[in-house]
Write a protein that binds this ligand. Sequence first.
Ligand SMILES: Cc1cc2nc3c(=O)[nH]c(=O)nc-3n(C[C@H](O)[C@H](O)[C@H](O)COP(=O)(O)OP(=O)(O)OC[C@H]3O[C@@H](n4cnc5c(N)ncnc54)[C@H](O)[C@@H]3O)c2cc1C
Length: 336
Amino acid sequence: MKRIFHNVDLTDRNSFHVNQSAETLVEFSSAEDLIEFFSHSRPKKWYVLGGGNNVLFTRDYDGVILTPCGRGISVVDQTADSLTVRAEAGVEWDELVAWSVGRGLWGLENLSLIPSSVGAAPVQNIGAYGAEAGDTIVCVEYLSADDLSIVRLDAEACRFGYRDSIFKHELKGRAVITAVEFCLSKRERPNLGYGDVVNEVEALGGATLGNIREAICSIRRRKLPDTAVMGNAGSFFKNPVVDAARADALRSEYPDMPTYPAAGEGRVKLAAGWLIDRCGLKGYRDGRVGVHDRQALVLVNLGGATGAEVIELARTVRRRVFDKFGVEIDMEVNVI
Ligand SMILES: Cc1cc2nc3c(=O)[nH]c(=O)nc-3n(C[C@H](O)[C@H](O)[C@H](O)COP(=O)(O)OP(=O)(O)OC[C@H]3O[C@@H](n4cnc5c(N)ncnc54)[C@H](O)[C@@H]3O)c2cc1C
């Protein structure tokens, strides 16, 4: 089923709550809906918008916004150890996590409460607390806008990396993800090696699936601002990755600087939030925008801000971090 709307207010369709609009918005449930749409009209510009939790609109969108609304979750295969689950792109991510935890299936619990649609999850390979969507994804189904074919891409071909996948590169602007398949484990697989999770889980009585989900939900609620109260897009910047020599030089100057191993030989990940905090920017405000006072990685709309104001603040933050540490921090958020 597809529905078409014109002159659509996007304020409640982006988590920054910036007040912009779209010329046309099409809600689709399936690849067939999209084929029908693209067969009848070839829009000059189109963009896929899930929940709008990782986008920043800086102007009205003078094209077609495509939004998935298929909400099916089904089991497509199973073995003694695992279950393969297919979720349509419009399913809310946390609904899928709750579904799997409720059925005793392991693999998604550390990703509880990430605000996302299932269709957006592979795009930046959402991750938290030592887990990433790509750890469980078996394949991604998408409609190719090049020739309107339906493609199934296996996990390896998706080239998942840190907040990265093929959908941010070769397939950017060419693929509309319609469904994702996940392989979830029937066997216990607690993954507690990250941050405060282990203590929180112990306090709840041990590493059951339910306790891990509850622990992660409560940590996230404590640490992150609620987008319904204060517009934001979660982490605005990615953690920068530098070579070992650069990391060593910084560590000798700042011995308390946190570092983590990164993919690739001799590569080291730095914590962008720590760098911003050490520039004295946590809680910094500039008019209607600011850096969150508990989480320096999060830029916030204090009320009525435009996308341009957020971008200006992001430039200030990047410049201050570069001036102090000589490290570039890149934006995680998609600017439109
Ligand atoms: C409070 C908060 C906390 C967050 N915490 C985390 C976190 O812990 N870890 C993390 O990784 N991220 C986090 N994020 C970022 C966000 O949750 C993810 O980027 C998420 O995947 C965005 O989902 P969405 O449906 O809102 O996608 P959107 O913001 O609508 O879109 C994001 C990108 O994906 C593309 N896209 C969306 N759907 C499709 C589709 N069906 N087909 C093709 N392309 C598509 C869009 O074009 C856009 O480029 C957080 C965001 C917020 C607001």
